[in-house]
Ligand binder design. Structure first.
Ligand code: ADP
Ligand code: MG
Length: 695
């Protein structure tokens, strides 16, 4: 309890250290989203600095989230010269605004390097915190990052904008249900984070892990995850010691690290915090990823956050548990106990269903990346088709709404979607479904498509925005209504009829679902270059603009950035493969082939009668695979050269997917074949067995 939040400039610390009036003003901004009063900045800055310096801080940094997907920082000391000595100073101006020379972050053409001004602006709704590493204590101030002309360059600003939009529209709907107490609705997120751990000594001998974060070569070990003996298994001592330190570091930072367990693949684990405001959850998930990596090195381990570090076993995702709550204490996706709550709940539920169906492509796009292509639509959890799991009871209710009849629910008594006639929905109205990309899990939705290395910002920007859009439509209609109960029922029925197609409660991994989804007209987008196009459809541009989340220019810039990232990632992977093949795999095969050839000669020299057929067979196999590997390198080089020569970014990305990626697979297959026949002591790379099972 003492440890929790000890490095956070949280509301308790502010209450203690700020003058009452200043604290009150700041709290209003934090809790109610009111504009920040700039006149309080100096006082807050001084209090923050004193608190930080007492804890050994010498530097501060604006901590921001550029389009790299990770965080960025530039440290300044508090030092200020004074009368031959020095003072520790920190002004309101320095707290509120920073100007890093930010020319080298991806901006998608929003900011030419010659006019490289980027500004960081204090986000007082996410608390400042202290980071301790190598004896250096730094005050980190969460900030938004935008260009000189005010265009967003980061992942925080649009998230805050989307939360604002959701709040505005959700409040309108709440008012229609007679709510007069709520003044704000926030979206909440709990992000479950998966990761792999391997011994550092293996990592250092694998150029692919170092350069690309995943193994680009490697034959599968004799055992994988088929015995299902790792999932929820006893956590090994070495890993537990690591988890203990991760938890402690996170608790100090005010992150509610709560759940930890072994995951499905050998060497794979999960950590989950308790849900909170999406903006803070996003900052905290960045801290979780940083901490997982940092603490690993202290334990002689490396934490891999890549979506697919090892072929042949599960990859890592991130489950984004999402809901909305009002500041008068309601979870808007809680089925509830009273009829009144039920109608309201069904309205928000239906809004979510409509939003996901209407903007399925956007959600798919926001979960696409080169790394995640190995999961989504690649026979792994979850598929690339967006659908919703509701569970039996809610699915039944949905059927009844569609039918428009007063029907009884087998589980919930008389059912009518009027305000005063609904019975209570029992708690836990859903069972578990592990295969759905978007599953209702009792009182929240769980989006399971995110990759493990993702910032959770992108998908949540989309969820907030599209649900805001649907709620806006609902409110526009119902605010004019003369007969609320009847009109609501009609609206829900229309919506249910139109969007029920996105609900699927069966096995999402089955081939039948792929066929069925096609019949229903649901999108099934197989890869990143295709998926990202959904960001810039007419509908996507319109919905972002309508809620001031992205201007058309901003979303186009983002599209360019993600496509560029895709191309760059595959380029790095291809170059790393060529390098590894030429510098270690082929030479190892040549060396071993020479040993085998010498054996044939040496043994035959003793007596021509001796049987050297094993060596001969082996040599033949080696030479064939060696030639195929070598040809694979040449083919990859050619494909890469051709793709790099393409000027149009979209075409280039498509070529990387169709040509470069395919040649990478071919090369890997041949090289993995070599691994299987070369004697262990001649194989230059740590094997899957070592990396996955030696913790
Ligand atoms: P499971 O692995 O069964 O999905 P976990 O307990 O690992 O369950 O994760 C569930 C996550 O959902 C936790 O982070 C939890 O805090 C979060 N959660 C619970 N309620 C809400 C809510 N109302 N809004 C957002 N997230 C929630
Ligand atoms: Mg989960």
């Amino acid at each position: 309890m003492e440890m929790f939040g000890q490095n956070v400039f949280n509301q308790a610390v502010m209450r203690e250290r700020l003058p009452k009036a200043v604290f009150k003003t700041l709290k209003k901004t934090i809790d109610e989203g009111l504009p920040l009063d700039p006149s309080i900045a100096d006082v807050v800055a001084t209090a923050m600095k004193e608190w930080a310096v007492e804890r050994g801080a010498t530097h501060f940094t604006h901590w921001f989230q550029p389009m790299t997907g990770i965080t960025a920082e530039k440290h300044d000391s508090f030092l200020s010269p004074a009368e031959g000595g020095a003072l520790m100073e920190f002004s309101g101006k320095e707290l509120v605004k920073g100007e890093p020379d930010a020319s080298s972050f991806p901006s998608g053409g929003l900011r030419a390097t010659f006019e490289a001004r980027g500004y960081t602006a204090w986000d007082c709704t996410s608390p400042a915190f202290l980071r301790e590493e190598a004896g250096v204590v730094t005050l980190c101030i969460p900030t938004a990052f935008c260009s000189y002309t005010g265009e967003v360059l980061d992942k925080k600003t649009p998230l805050l904008r989307s939360m604002q939009a959701l709040s505005t529209q959700a409040l309108r709907v709440l008012r229609l249900f007679g709510n007069t107490t709520a003044t704000r609705v926030i979206s909440t997120v709990g992000a479950e984070q998966e990761y792999f751990l391997i011994d550092k000594s293996f990592y250092e001998k694998r150029p692919d892990l170092m350069m690309a974060g995943r193994t680009l070569f490697g034959a599968m070990s004799s055992k994988g995850q088929e015995l299902e003996d790792h999932y929820f298994g006893t956590i090994k001592e070495r890993v537990l010691a690591y988890m203990k330190e991760v938890n402690e570091e996170l608790w100090k930072l005010g992150v509610t690290a709560k759940t930890q367990h072994n995951e499905v693949a050998p060497g794979q684990f999960e950590i989950a915090p308790i849900f909170e405001n999406t903006n803070i959850a996003t900052d905290h998930n960045q801290m979780v990823m940083e901490t997982l990596k940092k603490v690993a090195t202290r334990h002689g381990l490396v934490c891999l956050l890549h979506e697919k570090p090892f072929a042949g076993v599960n990859g890592s995702g991130k489950h984004n548990n999402w809901s909305m709550s009002s500041n008068d204490g309601q979870n808007l996706l809680e089925p509830g106990h009273t009829p009144h709550d039920n109608a309201q709940f069904l309205t928000f539920l239906m809004a979510t269903i409509k939003a996901v169906d209407t903007y399925a492509g956007l959600l798919r796009a926001t979960c696409a990346s080169a790394g995640n292509d190995h999961r989504l639509g690649a026979n792994e959890a979850p598929p690339a088709i967006m659908s919703i799991f509701l569970g039996d009871q809610l699915a039944e209710i949905l059927d009844q709404i569609v039918a428009g009849a007063e029907k009884s629910s087998t589980k919930a008594g008389e059912m009518k979607v009027g305000v005063s006639t609904l019975p209570a929905l029992p708690m836990d109205a859903t069972d578990r479904n592990r295969t759905s990309p978007f599953a209702f899990t009792g009182n929240k939705f769980e989006l399971r498509m995110l990759g493990s290395s993702f910032s959770i910002s992108g998908p949540n920007i989309v969820i907030n925005t599209i649900i805001a859009e649907v709620l806006k439509g609902f409110a526009d209609k119902l605010e004019k209504s003369k007969n609320f109960d009847a009109d609501l029922e009609k609206l829900l029925q229309e919506t249910a009829k139109k969007h029920q197609r996105v609900v699927f409660n069966g096995n999402n991994y089955s081939d039948e679902w792929v066929q069925e989804a096609k019949k229903r007209g649901l999108l099934n987008i197989p890869n990143t270059p295709e998926a990202q196009k959904q960001l810039i459809t007419k509908e996507a541009v319109a919905v972002f603009a309508a809620h001031n989340v992205f201007s058309e220019k901003e979303i186009h810039a983002r599209y360019e950035i993600v496509i560029e990232q895709y191309v760059k990632t595959l380029n790095i992977e291809a170059l790393t493969m060529i390098d590894m093949a030429n510098h270690s795999i082929i030479p190892a095969a040549v060396e071993y082939a020479t040993i085998v050839a010498s054996s044939i000669n040496a043994v035959s020299a003793v007596s021509a009668k001796l049987n050297v057929s094993t060596q001969q067979g082996l040599l033949e196999e080696l030479c064939d695979k060696l030639a195929a590997t070598s040809a694979g390198v040449k083919a990859l080089e050619a494909a890469l050269e051709a793709a790099l020569a393409i000027a149009d970014l979209e075409e280039q990305a498509a070529a990387f997917r169709a040509e470069v990626y395919t040649k990478m697979q071919d090369l890997r297959n041949n090289a993995d074949g070599l691994e299987k026949v070369i004697a262990a002591k001649y194989w230059p790379l740590p094997t899957y067995r070592e990396m996955l099972f030696q913790l």
